[in-house]
Design a protein around this ligand. Sequence first.
Ligand code: SF4
Ligand code: ZN
Ligand code: ZN
Length: 302
Amino acid sequence: MRCKFCGRDADIYIPYPRMHLCKEHFIVYFERKIERTINRYKMFSKEDKILIAIGGGKDSAVASYILKRFGYTIEGLFLDLGIGGFSEKSRRYAEKQCKDVDIPIHRVEIRKLFNRGINEVKSSRPTCAICGATKRYIFNKFAYDNDFNVLVTGHNLDDESSFVLSNLINWNIEYLGRQGPILPGTGKFIRKVKPLYEVTEVEIKEYADVIGIEYISERCPLSKGEKIPRYKHVLNELEKMSSGVKINFIKGFLRNRHLFKFDLGKSSILKECKVCGMPSQGEVCVFCRIWGLDKPVELKVS
Ligand code: SF4
Ligand code: ZN
Ligand code: ZN
């Protein structure tokens, strides 16, 4: 098969929109797609100070590589969840990825802060729910405390379409109203953006391999029983039957998201947590309750 653009032997096949490409034109195609997403949603500019949540996997590694290549000012934050060998390996990859693109990396270690790992918290909540709340809080507070005005995550089209499907099936209206490529900042909430919103996991993996980006490919050992991989599987099966299902699903969702209207400013999340001062629905925020805190975590770096 020949590359659609130059006619040379093709190396990569993109199922949607059915294209054979050589490595060189795949890189151009992929980077243009990310650039279009950043511009379409006005995610950030060259004046912004951007923090990227870097976990050692392919998604955040590719996002940091591309943002640096585009000339944005970025720094990485690795959150060590204290999951034994998995966290250590993830940290080594994250450090190498930041070093390779020459960006500073910050580290926050859950075990150092609280003397236990994420799976050692005594709670009725599932570990992944504790982990999700902890990640959201730490990334936001770290960005806020250290004057970043944008937080980037490596969520991709597969992640986002499966979140939407899962939340539709469970009718989580509030989540649906908030989901999207950009969550505007307000008060102590930092703007959150997802530059990989419109690219698939397969495309990201191809790009990482073509560029030679190394990343951890094992999944978190605590992910057994997680429902999101099942939704991803369902969407992959649908995609095989009819290519373009994921992107059309997510674009349709964005066109209709007003049906699940959610206004962060008018929501009940307006109180300040009496422990840490961050936004909270109750007197004490979820994070401070999970970790049983009586004073805020210190995340400011000198
Ligand atoms: Fe956290 Fe692991 Fe669960 Fe992911 S699978 S939310 S990293 S505990
Ligand atoms: Zn080509
Ligand atoms: Zn709090």
